[in-house]
Design a protein around this ligand. Structure first.
Ligand SMILES: C[S@@+](CC[C@H](N)C(=O)[O-])C[C@H]1O[C@@H](n2cnc3c(N)ncnc32)[C@H](O)[C@@H]1O
Length: 221
């Protein structure tokens, strides 16, 4: 089965957990790995929420011998697909590049703070704000000194959903927008709009100046 069909099958089963209708476009995938492309040194990369690997393939293309990629993806079907169709062939060609995938929710994975790049495509708009905040804390705490966290948020999703989700839903999306705003201010966020994607998305890069300040996010948001 091809990647889009595998993705669509999971979307029909678990729309909320996937949080998208199609895999990211090549334009968005390219934007998400911009930081890795600009980094000429040795790399340790974490990808969170890889799906069928649209962004993973772009990350792999930037790795050199000695570099490492850890993928954390919660859907077993995606993990099987990634392992068989993406990682196994890559390892056969590049035995000197360490690529592994873990089938788990990122919240449950203990990590050291050594990642120079974290590329995250989690469906934050489908989560409670408290979960969004705690995942960002977890990811920021896993960055190496000078590291960068990239994620995307669909642009205009709240306008589309607002009439359908009731007052509590609108309040939840508003809280999540406030979290994104705080992150941008605290971590020197840079946003780029990618129109060629369903939905259009903002790719965001966060670069904590030194060690992340405490609290990582204000509790009130
Ligand atoms: C919007 S899709 C992105 C897929 C792919 N990276 C892309 O851009 O096409 C979100 C992915 O995150 C995964 N996911 C959702 N919540 C997760 C969690 N808490 N931990 C790990 N993966 C999660 C879903 O299974 C899905 O594969």
């Amino acid at each position: 089965m091809n990647a889009t069909l595998v993705f669509l099958k999971q979307v029909l089963r678990h729309q909320r957990r996937i949080g998208a209708v199609l895999p990211s476009s090549s334009f968005l995938a390219r934007e998400m790995v911009r930081g890795i492309r600009e980094d000429g040194g040795p790399k340790r990369v974490l990808e969170v929420g890889a799906g069928t690997g649209t962004i993973t393939r772009r990350i792999l293309a930037q790795l050199a011998d000695g570099d490492e990629l850890l993928i954390v993806e919660m859907e077993p079907e995606f993990v099987r697909y990634l392992e068989e169709k993406v990682l196994k062939p890559f390892r056969a060609l590049h035995p000197g590049r360490g690529v592994t995938v873990r089938c788990a929710m990122i919240e449950d994975v203990e990590m050291d703070r050594g990642f120079g790049h974290i590329i995250c495509s989690l469906p934050f708009n489908a989560m409670p704000p408290v979960t969004v905040r705690s995942i960002f804390r977890h990811l920021l705490a896993s960055l190496a000194e000078g590291g960068e966290l990239s994620y995307f948020a669909y642009w205009g999703q709240h306008w589309i959903q607002a009439p359908l989700i009731g007052r509590a839903g609108r309040r939840r999306l508003r809280s999540i927008r406030v979290i994104h705003g705080s992150l941008k201010r605290l971590y020197h966020g840079q946003r780029r709009l990618v129109l060629w994607n369903l939905l259009p998305a903002q790719a965001v890069r966060l670069r904590p100046a030194a060690r992340p300040p405490r609290p990582l996010l204000p509790e009130a948001v």
